[in-house]
Ligand binder design. Structure first.
Ligand SMILES: *[C@@H]1O[C@H](CO)[C@@H](O)[C@H](O)[C@H]1NC(C)=O
Ligand SMILES: *[C@@H]1O[C@H](CO)[C@@H](O)[C@H](O)[C@H]1NC(C)=O
Ligand SMILES: *[C@@H]1O[C@H](CO)[C@@H](O)[C@H](O)[C@H]1NC(C)=O
Ligand SMILES: *[C@@H]1O[C@H](CO)[C@@H](O)[C@H](O)[C@H]1NC(C)=O
Ligand SMILES: *[C@@H]1O[C@H](CO)[C@@H](O)[C@H](O)[C@H]1NC(C)=O
Ligand SMILES: *[C@@H]1O[C@H](CO)[C@@H](O)[C@H](O)[C@H]1NC(C)=O
Ligand SMILES: *[C@@H]1O[C@H](CO)[C@@H](O)[C@H](O)[C@H]1NC(C)=O
Ligand SMILES: CC(=O)N[C@H]1CO[C@H](CO)[C@@H](O)[C@@H]1O
Length: 480
C-alpha cells in the first residue's frame, strides 16, 4: 500500500510555494509522468465505484444542525445492485442520517445495510428481526469519493460484509463523516477525522440508531447486535465499546476489534526513530492524511504540517481527483520523507489535543471485547496493540470492572491476512454473542494461535484480492 516510499527522488522545489496561492490546480511538483500515473490510477479507482453520480450523497434538504444524532434523513430501501459485485441472495439498502463529530456538532453521513437471504436463526429471532453486525471499515481514503457504500465490492467484500450477510446477519455499515457526503448545504466541506476512533464510533452508533428507524420491523429496537471492525474500524469499535458505558444502545452484545490503532501520533513519533522499518514507512507515508484529519477536527490548524511539496500534491493532485487510497499512493509517489511533512509537525498543540481526542483503549468499556492482532502486522503493529490491551486489563483488574477482554494474536499474519486467519474465531464468537451465549467469565485472557506453514502463504498487504467486477460487454470475465 505504501511501498512507493522505497523510491527516493529529489524534488525540484521551484514554484512550489507559488502554487499554494494559485487558483488553477496545476501541480508544480507532479510532472508529466507523475500526472499520467496518477490519472491512470484515478480512472481505475473511479471504475471500481458503483456510480459516478454522487446525488445520493448530497445532503438532504431536511438536514439541520438542530437535529439529534441518529435522525434519519433519506432512505433508499432497495439499492440497484447492477453495478456492484455483491453475491447473489443478498440485497442492499442505503440511508442518510445524522451523526455527531468529536465536538458534538451534528453532521450528515451515509451508511449501507447489506441484507441476508434469510436471517441466522437465533433463539428469539421471530420477535427480534435480523441479528445485526455493525461493521466499521478500515481506511478507504479521506475524501468524498471514499465511501465504501459506493464501492462495487463494499471495500471488504468476502473478508467481512459479504461473509457476515451470507451467514444470516444484517450488516449495518457507516461510510463515516466526510466520506460520501462531503459538503454541508452551505457548501462548507465536511472533513474526515481519520483514525479518530471516538468520532467513527459516533458514526457507527448513529448508523445503528438510524437504520433501526428506517427498517423497524427488520432491525428491531432492541434486536441483538455486535460491533465489529478492522484497522481504522477496529479503533472505531473499541471506542464504540467505551461509548456503551455512558450511552448504551439496546441489544448490544459485544465488540470485535481487529488490528485496532490506539495511539497513532505516538506510533508516528516512534517511527522517526526507526525510519528504515517497514512499519515505520507505513505510518510515515500516512502523514498527509493525518494532517488532514487534524484539520478536520481543528479547522484553524489548516494543514500546517504539510510542506510546499505535499501541499501541492494534496490540493493540486489528490483532491481535484477526489482520490482514495490507490490514487493517494500514486499522488505521493517519489515524495521523500523530508518533503512529506514538516519535521516535528506533531508537536503542535492542536495535534497533541487531536492525539488525546482520537485515542481508543485504556478507558472503561462495556464488553465483551475481543481484540484480534496479527503478529506481523506492519500497519497496526502488535507492539502498539498489546500495551493498550495490557494497560486496559490492569485498569479492569484494579477497578474491578466485571468486563471481559480477550486478545488473540495470530502468528506471522499481516494487516489484512489476520482477518482471514482469525475468521474461525470471530465468526463463531459473533454468532454466539448474537445467540445470547455468555462469555465464560469476566477478566482478561490472552492467547496466541500458531499458524500452519505461514512461510508458504501469501501475505497480501492490500485488501483487494480476487474480487472483480466486469461490465455486461465483458461478462466473459465472470467465467474465470
Ligand atoms: C519515481 O522514481 C523512480 C526512481 O527514481 C523513477 O524511475 C520514476 O520514473 C519516478 N516516478 C515518477 C512518477 O516520477
Ligand atoms: C497510462 O495508461 C495508458 C493506457 O492504458 C498506458 O498506455 C500508459 O502507459 C499508462 N501510463 C503510465 C505512466 O502507467
Ligand atoms: C427527511 O425527509 C425524509 C423523506 O424525504 C424522511 O424520510 C425523513 O424522516 C426526514 N427526516 C427528518 C429528520 O425530518
Ligand atoms: C451503472 O454504471 C453505468 C456506467 O457508469 C451507469 O450508466 C448506469 O446508470 C449505472 N447503473 C445503475 C443501476 O446504477
Ligand atoms: C467546538 O465548538 C465550539 C463552539 O462552536 C468552538 O468554539 C470550538 O473551537 C470547537 N472545538 C473544536 C475542537 O472544534
Ligand atoms: C485548488 O487549489 C487551491 C489552492 O491551492 C485550493 O484552495 C483548492 O481547494 C484546490 N481545489 C481543489 C479541488 O482541491
Ligand atoms: C458480572 O457480570 C456478569 C455478566 O454480566 C453478571 O452475571 C454478574 O452478576 C456480575 N457480577 C458482579 C459482581 O457484578
Ligand atoms: C530508536 C528507536 O526509537 N527504536 C524503536 C524502534 O521500534 C521499536 C519497536 O518496533 C522500539 O521498541 C524501539 O524503541
Amino acid at each position: 500500500m505504501y511501498s512507493h516510499l522505497r523510491f527516493y527522488l529529489p524534488i525540484v522545489l521551484v514554484g512550489a510555494s507559488a502554487s499554494i496561492a494559485a487558483y488553477t490546480n496545476f501541480s508544480s511538483t507532479c510532472g508529466r509522468l507523475c500526472q499520467e500515473l496518477v490519472h491512470n490510477g484515478s480512472s481505475w479507482e473511479v471504475d471500481q465505484h458503483a456510480s459516478r453520480d454522487f446525488s445520493f450523497y448530497a445532503t438532504p434538504s431536511n438536514f439541520s444542525f438542530e437535529l439529534p444524532p441518529g435522525s434519519l434523513l433519506a432512505i433508499e430501501p432497495v439499492t440497484d445492485l447492477f453495478n456492484y459485485s455483491i453475491p447473489s441472495g443478498l440485497s442492499m439498502s442505503r440511508i442518510v442520517y445524522t451523526t455527531s463529530d468529536l465536538n458534538g456538532t451534528t453532521l450528515p453521513a451515509s451508511a449501507y445495510v447489506l441484507w441476508p437471504y434469510a436471517p441466522l436463526a437465533t433463539s428469539d429471532q421471530q420477535e427480534r428481526g435480523y441479528p445485526m453486525v455493525a461493521w466499521a471499515h478500515g481506511t478507504s481514503g479521506v475524501l468524498r469519493g471514499c465511501a465504501p457504500s459506493n464501492y462495487r465490492n463494499l471495500q471488504y467484500h468476502f473478508m467481512a460484509p459479504f461473509l457476515l450477510a451470507l451467514q444470516g446477519m444484517a450488516v449495518v455499515a457507516p461510510d463515516y463523516a466526510g466520506l460520501g457526503i462531503g459538503t454541508l448545504p452551505g457548501g462548507q466541506e465536511i472533513g474526515h477525522p481519520w483514525l479518530s476512533g471516538p468520532a467513527q464510533a459516533n458514526d457507527l452508533a448513529n448508523a445503528i440508531i438510524a437504520a433501526r428507524r428506517a427498517f423497524p420491523s427488520l432491525l428491531t429496537a432492541d434486536g441483538p447486535f455486535v460491533a465489529m471492525g478492522h484497522s481504522q474500524g477496529g479503533g472505531a469499535t473499541w471506542a464504540f465499546a467505551e461509548k456503551q458505558v455512558d450511552e448504551p444502545i439496546p441489544g448490544y452484545k459485544g465488540t470485535v476489534a481487529i488490528a485496532p490503532p490506539t495511539r497513532t501520533i505516538d506510533h508516528l513519533k516512534d517511527a522517526f526513530g526507526n525510519t528504515t522499518q517497514a512499519w515505520a514507512q507505513v505510518i510515515i507515508a500516512g502523514q498527509p492524511k493525518l494532517i488532514a484529519a487534524v484539520t478536520a477536527v481543528f479547522p484553524s490548524y489548516n494543514y500546517a504540517g504539510l510542506t510546499p511539496v505535499s501541499y501541492d500534491r494534496w490540493f493540486n493532485v489528490l483532491k481535484p481527483l477526489d482520490g482514495c487510497l490507490p490514487t493517494d499512493t500514486l499522488a505521493f509517489m517519489n515524495v521523500t520523507v523530508d518533503q512529506l511533512a514538516r519535521p516535528g509537525w506533531y508537536e503542535a498543540p492542536e495535534v497533541q489535543r487531536f492525539a488525546k481526542l482520537a485515542e481508543s483503549g485504556r478507558k472503561k468499556f462495556k464488553g465483551p471485547l475481543l481484540v484480534v492482532a496479527g503478529e506481523a502486522d506492519i500497519v497496526v503493529p502488535l507492539d502498539t496493540i498489546e500495551p493498550a490491551v495490557d494497560d486496559t486489563c490492569s485498569m479492569l483488574e484494579q477497578e474491578q470492572w466485571n468486563e471481559s477482554l480477550e486478545m488473540v494474536t495470530y502468528s506471522a499474519m499481516d494487516h489484512f491476512p489476520v482477518i482471514q486467519a482469525s475468521q474461525m474465531k470471530w465468526l463463531l464468537w459473533v454468532k454466539d454473542r448474537l445467540a445470547g451465549v455468555p462469555v465464560s467469565k469476566a477478566g482478561c485472557a490472552k492467547s496466541v494461535v500458531n499458524g500452519f506453514r505461514t512461510d508458504a502463504t501469501l501475505q497480501a498487504v492490500e485488501p483487494n484480492f480476487l474480487e472483480g467486477w466486469a461490465s455486461p460487454e465483458e461478462n466473459w470475465k465472470y467465467s474465470l
